[in-house]
Design a binder for this molecule. Structure first.
Ligand SMILES: [Zn+2]
Length: 282
């Protein structure tokens, strides 16, 4: 007899192994996730004390208009979790983004989210199965490759939602993302990621929209003291209310590039790859 708890078992071992084998995932991934060593002291590269990743979702126009020139000025690379219809509308611009070395991540085929959002009501994840989600994530990867010539190795859960189905039939999409990608970024999370404890398949993502540097300063100091990895997640970039403020990004990157604060600013993919390396290979 299958009890309720057994039904919560998300992906059979054989299916998880198939994901790993079929998709060529890094060898350190198992059904229980990457091997993270809680005891060994963690060291970021080049003597850096902490990590900052900037990520932006949905391929909004302001990301290329206001964000890309700003990131070029500071010499940093960001991660863009793209909506494919928006990429198609500005294909040559997004190809330039790729050429500039920024990361293009998977954000699902149809921005699959809960039907609690009106825009998702015709296609809610409450009606999805894991198999359908897997098919759509693979299709999104194929389309990103066809449009932009790159393979996405990280994923951002649309709206931070990490499930399909409802009630007792709910399944987590985290094991699926763990099998397909080096990292999965959440949204609306409250704090930074701590090496040795954080799960790359569900990295916390802190909203950057509408945030000021002043209100973020204390969190950044706590992250610095903890040797953590902070991942911001934004949408529009500009000066209007609700956007990730240009002033915030400028102050944040100026702070991160101050020699007094040795911060490694890099893409989610590069940070996840480093997090997954065994301590003796760092
Ligand atoms: Zn989104």
């Amino acid at each position: 007899m299958t009890g309720p708890l057994q039904r919560y078992r998300f992906v059979p071992a054989t299916l998880a192994a198939c994901f790993v084998a079929c998709l060529g995932h890094p060898a350190d991934v198992s059904e229980s996730g990457p091997k993270l060593n809680h005891a060994a002291p963690f060291q970021w590269p080049d003597g850096k004390q902490a990590v900052l990743s900037l990520s932006f979702d949905d391929a909004r126009l302001t990301q290329t208009e206001a964000g890309i020139p700003l990131f070029r000025r500071y010499g940093v690379k960001a991660t863009f979790y793209v909506s494919l219809d928006q990429v198609r509308k500005n294909l040559s611009t997004w190809r330039e983004v790729v050429r500039a070395g920024h990361e293009i991540g998977n954000h699902s085929l149809r921005h699959a989210g809960s039907g609690n959002f009106k825009w998702s009501r015709d296609n809610p994840i409450e009606n999805y199965t894991l198999e359908r989600m897997q098919d759509e994530l693979r299709q999104a990867n194929r389309e990103i490759r066809e449009l932009l010539g790159v393979t996405s190795t990280t994923f951002a859960y649309p709206c931070g939602h990490k499930f399909v189905g409802r009630g007792l039939a709910t399944r987590s999409t985290v094991p699926l993302v763990a099998a397909m990608f080096a990292a999965g970024r959440g949204y609306m999370d409250e704090t930074f990621n701590v090496p040795g404890y954080c799960d790359p398949a569900q990295l916390f993502g802190i909203p950057s929209d509408g945030r000021s540097f002043k209100e973020t300063r204390q969190l950044l100091q706590e992250e610095l003291d903890a040797g953590g990895c902070i991942v911001f997640a934004g949408h529009e970039i500009g000066a209007e209310p609700g956007m990730t403020q240009v002033a915030f990004l400028e102050e944040l990157l100026t702070w991160a590039q101050d020699p007094a604060h040795p911060i490694w600013v890099n893409t989610v993919a590069n940070v996840a790859t480093y997090l997954r390396q065994p301590p003796d290979q760092k």
